[in-house]
Design a protein around this ligand. Structure first.
Ligand SMILES: *Cc1c(COP(=O)(O)O)cnc(C)c1O
Length: 377
């Protein structure tokens, strides 16, 4: 089944011939006093609507198990909750800011070390110690859109008994399925492309590993950061148009990259594969598209603030993946938790702008960018 068909058809048959699943709001479920062993007992442990969503999440990733959380960070925290005292996780220094915060401020208190490295792609056998239990990665990276070779890294990690957790928020299962490339766990902020309308916070985990699946089910039950039935239903709804939305968003992004690349007012444009032929080849070998997030810098003569104020359509806001275009300045917004030196090392200049391209008509988006550039000159 192709992914757009799976997104629409996975949950199509229900009681009374209903073509969409019912929403079960119950916080508790009656049990048989003779056995006390029902599939559903209390909403935090499991509920039928969240279970429906979790089936869709697993199906899209080709996974045996799916888990829905109340936010991307709740999912990330659950994914990292398998680490124990003395363990170490390796992450890129440019990892998502919330993940950086969790690893930097929360994990040390649990006796778990986060080791941040500048270039995951440069990891070798010598970087692993017996304490290295996991690698947490994003490809493409945010907001540089640098690419890491997923197959190489999973082979390397597995040789040393470490698991690989991939934050696949930027690509979604439509464009990249890390489990099929050897990764052990995929986390996503479903707040972004999966939900798609900037009106819902949610997170997802998928895996094929039975013991990790047990740990994630325990994280749901024991830590309690689960997605509500109402939001589960809205996410099921959002996912139905995910492939369709992303196709349009990606086509718009490609057109914007083409337009900006030759533009006199633009100093540089980054998108997955833009940094080198090597990265382009690796990305093409592990993903089926470049997605709909790009970064660019204006030439120094232009006034960034005037440009941003003059834009009519992309809103100046963090987040990404919604139907509406959004633009942000990573140095002061998404990546302000990094030190200026760390940002410079990661290639995140003060002038870099990140654009999440929406589904608007491309003619309007291009003319809006042009008029704002003219305004900033
Ligand atoms: C937004 C985001 C997260 C965190 O997700 P929330 O739903 O905001 O908690 C994690 N990783 C990436 C790459 C993100 O963009």
């Amino acid at each position: 089944m192709h992914i757009q068909t799976a997104a629409v058809q996975t949950l199509r048959h229900h009681e009374h011939g209903a073509v969409v699943p019912p929403v079960h709001l119950a916080s508790t479920f009656e049990l048989d006093p003779g056995s006390e062993d029902g599939s559903y007992a209390y909403q935090r442990g499991a509920n039928p609507t969240r279970a429906q969503l979790e089936t869709v999440l697993a199906t899209l990733d080709g996974a045996d198990h799916g888990f829905a959380f109340a936010s991307g960070m709740a999912a990330t925290a659950a994914a990292l909750s398998t680490l124990e005292v003395g363990d170490e996780v390796i992450l890129p220094a440019s990892v998502y800011g919330g993940t950086y915060r969790f690893v930097d401020l929360v994990l040390p208190g649990r006796g778990v070390t986060g080791r941040f490295v500048d270039d995951l792609g440069a990891l070798t056998d010598a970087d692993f110690t017996p304490a290295t239990r996991a690698i947490f990665m994003e490809t493409p990276a945010n907001p540089t859109l640098r690419i890491t070779d997923l197959r190489r890294l999973t082979e390397l990690a597995h040789r040393h008994g470490a698991i690989v957790i991939v934050d696949n928020t930027f690509m979604t299962p439509v464009l990249q399925r890390p489990l099929e490339l050897g990764a052990d766990v995929v986390v996503q902020s479903a707040t972004k492309y999966l939900a798609g309308h900037s009106d819902l916070l949610a997170g997802a985990i998928t895996t094929n590993d039975e013991s990790l699946a047990e740990a994630f089910a325990l994280a749901q039950k024991a830590q309690g950061g689960v997605l509500s039935p109402g939001d589960s239903f809205r996410l099921i709804q959002g996912i139905k148009t995910l492939p369709l939305r992303l196709e349009r968003q990606q086509a718009n992004a490609v057109a914007i990259v083409d337009h900006l690349r030759g533009h006199d007012d633009i100093a540089q444009v980054w998108y997955p594969g833009s940094h080198s032929e090597d990265e382009a080849r690796i990305h093409a070998g592990q993903a089926t598209g470049t997605g709909a997030v790009l970064s660019f810098e204006l030439v120094p003569e232009l006034d960034r603030v005037a440009f941003l104020r003059a834009l009519r359509y992309p809103g100046y806001a963090v987040s990404l993946g919604g139907v509406e275009s959004l633009i942000c300045r990573p140095a002061t917004m998404t990546h302000e938790a990094m030190t200026p030196q760390a940002r410079e090392k990661a290639g995140i200049s003060d002038e870099l702008l990140r654009l999440s391209v929406g589904i608007e008509d491309i003619t309007d988006l291009l003319s809006d960018l042009d008029q704002a550039l003219a305004e900033a000159g």
